[in-house]
Design a protein around this ligand. Structure first.
Ligand code: NI
Length: 198
């Protein structure tokens, strides 16, 4: 009895240390760790809502708040983009001028430039919808370590796409700065953006 209690205490100690280790890594991750920064983001070439080729360089001088998803998404994307739009509505005009919210499709087969343009604008007039060729979308998804995979079982046009749901903040120099996890509220996002954009 006593021995098992001792080993239980030892096990708990190990678990606490493990939790602290994981916690500190997560803190580093959500701060702007330079190692993480170096590994995420980078150059991209995509197509805007008017069918024009755009690259990351076209956004230099502005902060970008990037979200990856697709317009047929039943739930996660609309929720996340509503959070972005809600946060935008809480920013002052001078703050808004420094920021471009960008929605990048992970489903270019259905998300044509025109579809992306209308969809992004429906959430916020300043939101930019980008898509591209399969190769262009795959490249930017890889750069940002986005997970996206067409759900199995539907080979008609009504398929869904499983995808990660993260907001990426990219600085005026084009470098990844930090991210906001799924579930961030519009209030929290606006507060963080205000600190960044002041
Ligand atoms: Ni989605």
């Amino acid at each position: 009895m006593k021995k098992s209690r001792t080993s239980l205490v030892a096990l708990l100690a190990v678990l606490v240390v493990a939790a602290l280790a994981i916690g500190s890594r997560l803190m580093v991750w959500s701060g702007s760790d330079h190692a993480a920064s170096a590994a995420i983001g980078g150059p991209f070439t995509l197509v805007d809502g008017d069918g024009r080729t755009v690259t990351d360089k076209d956004f230099r001088g502005k902060w970008m708040l990037i979200y990856f998803g697709y317009t047929f998404c039943p739930d996660v994307c609309p929720t996340s983009l509503s959070v972005v739009a809600g946060a935008m509505d809480k920013l002052a005009p001078a703050e808004l001028d420094k920021l471009v919210p960008v929605f990048i499709s992970v489903d270019p087969a259905r998300d044509t430039p025109a579809v992306m343009k209308d969809y992004a604008a429906a959430f916020h007039p300043r939101m930019v919808g980008l898509t591209g060729s399969e190769e262009q979308v795959a490249a930017v998804s890889k750069a940002y370590k986005v997970y996206a995979a067409r759900a199995k079982g539907a080979d008609d046009s009504s398929y869904t796409v499983d995808h990660s749901s993260i907001l990426y903040l990219v600085g005026p120099d084009g470098r990844f700065v930090s991210h906001f996890p799924h579930g961030t509220t519009a209030d929290d996002l606006a507060a963080a953006l205000k600190k960044t954009l002041k």
